[in-house]
Design a protein around this ligand. Structure first.
Ligand code: SME
Length: 179
């Protein structure tokens, strides 16, 4: 099958490229991204497509070990794996155990500089040393969490929560409108 250029352009429509300076600090990267989530993700109405690209942007911008989403599965009352970048991950997480469940249960960001000190931490990858999980809230309920794992200890802080808040807010505000 041969594609005409016009058709290929339609299929490969890109929202935007990242174009972050290679030597930019983490703070500068967050600043550069903060107002760009709408344009980076484009006007795509499909939720999974937007979560997939959000994970890709974060992986490219910060090179985390693992970055992705767990979605609240209301029927089974569990978190189920969503779009992510990184190694194979646990597919389901349960109330009361682990960092993601804590963010879900408490509806608050969890900053874990040393995962070995977090009781009940679910080790999907033995390489993870620190972890950050931020709940995504839509209409006053947690609908998903953003989970970030680093191979370095003490690699997450409140500054990362602040830097990621524009993305998490954007996802929460659009969650219900997206299919
Ligand atoms: N460590 C998480 C499980 C998910 S993986 O890190 C991808 C937790 O304790 O909930």
């Amino acid at each position: 099958m041969t594609f005409r250029p016009r058709f290929v352009r339609y299929l490969c429509r890109m929202a935007e490229t990242l174009a972050l300076a290679p030597d930019a600090s983490r703070k500068q990267r967050y600043e550069a991204l903060s107002n760009r989530w709408k344009s980076l993700l484009g006007n795509e109405p499909n939720r999974m497509a937007n979560l997939a690209n959000a994970a890709a942007v974060l992986k490219e911008a910060f090179d985390w070990h693992w970055v992705g989403f767990y979605l609240v599965d209301k029927q089974r009352d569990e978190l189920v794996l969503g779009p992510f970048q990184g190694p194979l991950a646990c597919t389901r997480l349960h109330h009361g155990k682990g960092v993601c469940a804590a963010a879900w249960d408490e509806a608050t960001a969890q900053v874990v500089p040393n995962v070995h000190e977090f009781e009940g931490h679910v080790a999907c990858s033995s390489l993870t040393e620190s972890e950050l999980v931020i709940p995504i809230v839509s209409a006053d309920e947690v609908v998903a969490v953003l989970d970030i794992d680093s191979v370095n200890r003490d690699d997450v802080s409140a500054a990362d929560v602040a830097g990621l808040t524009p993305l998490v807010d954007f996802l929460g505000q659009n969650w219900k409108a997206w299919e």
